[in-house]
Design a protein around this ligand. Structure first.
Ligand code: GLU
Length: 458
C-alpha cells in the first residue's frame, strides 16, 4: 500500500470512529439539538487528528470528552413584586477540568435548558484551551428572563440562584462569569450573596465591578477581541477595517464593544439589532445613542430612530443579513444565521464573517461561507477574548493587584493574535489550509487531549 493509500484508510477509519461517537451522543442526549450541533461541528473537524494519532482513540478521549464531568440542576424559588412565588430552573455544567478549573459564563434567558447549557459548556472547553491560559470548560444559567423585571426582582432571583450555586463553585474549582442576560448588575448581586455566605473570596466570579476586584478591559474584551481577531483575518488578505461596511447583530455587551473598536479602526457599522428587530443607519450607527439606550436606560433598539431620523427600524431580525456589507459580525445568539441568511450575506457581497456570539451560524450556513470563499472566523476562536480577560482577572485577584487598561488590552491583543496564528497553523498541518473551523477545533482539542492522556483514565 502506498503512503497516500494508507492515509486514506486511516482517514476512513477515523471518520467511522467519529461517526460512532456522534451517534452515541445523539442516543444518550435525545432531543438536545444544540448540543448535537456543537458536538458534530467539532467531531467532523477532528477526523484528521484521529487518523494521525491512534492513541487518542485507544484512550477513549472522545468518548470521555463528550460526557460532562458533572451536570447540576436545581430549583430557584423567589418572590415577585406582586408577592407571588416563582420557580425557575438553575444549571451548571462542569464539562472538563483537564487543563484547569471550570470556567465559563452564566446565561439568564427563557430559552435556557440542558441542551443549550451543554452546547455552551462543550464549546467553552476548546475556546478556553485556545486562549493559552489554564482554564477548563463550564457553563451555567437559568430560564429566568431578566427582561421587564424590576431591580428588586432581579436581586431576589439572583440571591436565590447563588445560594444554591455557591455550593459547587470556588476560586480554584469553578469560576462563573456573565453571558446573555447576566451583566454587571447580576454579577454584583451574585457576588454580594456569595460574600454573605462564605466571606470575601474575590476570585469566585469574573466580570466583577471595578471597585470590588474587577479587571479593566473586561467589559470591552469580547467585542474588542472579536475585532482584533477579524483584523488578523483581514491582514492575511492584505486588507483592514478602514473604509469597510460592517453589519453587527445584537446590541448587548459584545456588539457594543465590537462596534466601538470597528469604528475606531475606520469601519462604517450600518446596522445592529435586539431580539425584536434591527436598525439600519446608512450614515453609520451613532454608538453613544446605542450605549445610552441599552446600557443606561435598558430600552429597546427601536427607540434609536426617534433620535436619528435618517435611520430605519425593521421589526424581526432575519433580514438584517440581507443588508450589503463587507464584514458581518453576528453577536446576538445561537443559530441566528441559517442557510438562507448565509446566502443573502453572500449575495450582498460579504467577504468576512466572524462570530461574537456562541454558535450563531448553523452548520448549513458555515457550508455556504466555505463554498463561497467567505473567510470565516468561528466563535470559539473569534470570541475568546472575553473569557481570556476573565482569566486575567483571576490572575490579578490571586496576585492582589490591578493592571492598567493598556496592560490588559495589550495582553488581549497578543492572545487574539496567537489564537489566530495557532488556528491557521493547525489547519495547514492537518491538510485544511485556510479553514479556521478545522484549525481552531484541532488547536483547542490537542492541548486538552494531551492533558487527558497525562492524567490517565479519569
Ligand atoms: N460568556 C462568555 C463566553 O461565552 C465569557 C465567559 C467568562 O468570562 O468566563 O465565553
Amino acid at each position: 500500500m502506498t503512503i497516500t493509500q494508507q492515509r486514506e484508510v486511516n482517514l476512513d477509519s477515523a471518520r467511522h470512529y467519529v461517526e460512532q461517537v456522534y451517534q452515541a451522543v445523539q442516543q444518550r442526549n435525545p432531543g438536545e439539538h444544540e448540543f448535537h450541533q456543537a458536538v458534530k461541528e467539532i467531531l467532523d473537524s477532528l477526523v484528521p487528528v484521529f487518523a494521525k494519532h491512534p492513541k487518542f482513540q485507544e484512550q477513549g478521549i472522545l468518548e470521555r470528552l463528550v460526557e460532562p464531568e458533572r451536570l447540576i440542576t436545581f430549583r430557584v424559588p423567589w418572590v415577585d413584586d406582586q408577592g407571588k412565588v416563582q420557580v425557575n430552573r438553575g444549571f451548571r455544567v462542569q464539562f472538563s477540568s483537564a487543563i484547569g478549573p471550570y470556567k465559563g459564563g452564566l446565561r439568564f434567558h427563557p430559552s435556557v435548558n440542558a441542551s443549550i447549557i451543554k452546547f455552551l459548556g462543550f464549546e467553552q472547553i476548546f475556546k478556553n484551551s485556545l486562549t493559552g491560559l489554564p482554564i477548563g470548560g463550564g457553563k451555567g444559567g437559568s430560564d429566568f428572563d431578566p427582561k421587564g423585571k424590576s431591580d428588586l426582582e432581579v436581586m431576589r432571583f439572583t440571591q436565590s440562584f447563588m445560594t444554591e450555586l455557591s455550593k459547587y463553585i470556588g476560586p480554584d474549582t469553578d469560576i462563573p462569569a456573565g453571558d446573555i442576560g447576566v451583566g454587571a448588575r447580576e454579577i454584583g448581586y451574585m457576588f454580594g450573596q456569595y460574600k454573605r455566605l462564605y466571606g470575601n473570596e474575590t476570585g469566585v466570579l469574573t466580570g466583577k465591578g471595578l471597585p470590588y476586584g474587577g479587571s479593566l478591559t473586561r467589559t470591552e474584551a469580547t467585542g474588542y477581541g472579536l475585532v482584533y481577531f477579524t483584523a488578523e483575518m483581514l491582514a492575511s488578505r492584505g486588507e483592514s477595517f478602514a473604509g469597510k461596511t460592517v453589519v453587527v447583530s445584537g446590541s448587548g455587551n459584545v456588539s457594543i464593544y465590537a462596534i466601538e473598536k470597528a469604528q475606531q479602526f475606520g469601519a462604517k457599522v450600518v446596522a445592529c439589532s435586539d431580539s425584536n428587530g434591527y436598525i439600519y443607519d446608512s450614515n453609520g450607527i451613532n454608538l453613544d445613542t446605542v450605549k445610552r439606550l441599552k446600557e443606561v436606560e435598558r430600552k429597546r433598539i427601536k427607540e434609536y430612530v426617534n433620535e436619528h431620523r435618517a435611520a430605519k427600524y425593521v421589526e424581526g431580525c432575519r433580514s438584517i443579513w440581507s443588508i450589503p456589507c463587507d464584514i458581518a459580525l453576528p453577536c446576538a445568539t445561537q443559530n441566528e444565521i441559517d442557510e438562507t441568511s448565509a446566502k443573502q450575506l453572500v449575495a450582498g457581497g460579504v467577504k468576512y464573517v466572524a462570530e461574537g456570539a456562541n454558535m450563531p451560524s448553523s452548520l448549513e450556513a458555515i457550508e455556504v461561507y466555505l463554498k463561497n470563499d467567505v473567510y470565516f472566523g468561528p466563535a470559539k476562536a473569534a470570541n475568546a477574548g472575553g473569557v481570556a480577560v476573565s482569566a486575567l482577572e483571576m490572575s490579578q485577584n490571586s496576585a492582589r493587584l490591578s493592571w492598567t487598561f493598556e496592560e490588559v488590552d495589550d495582553k488581549l491583543k497578543d492572545i487574539m493574535k496567537n489564537i489566530y496564528r495557532n488556528s491557521v497553523h493547525a489547519a495547514e498541518e492537518y491538510g485544511h489550509a485556510g479553514n479556521l473551523v478545522v484549525g481552531s477545533n484541532i488547536a483547542g482539542f490537542l492541548k486538552v487531549a494531551n492533558a487527558m492522556l497525562a492524567h490517565g483514565i479519569v
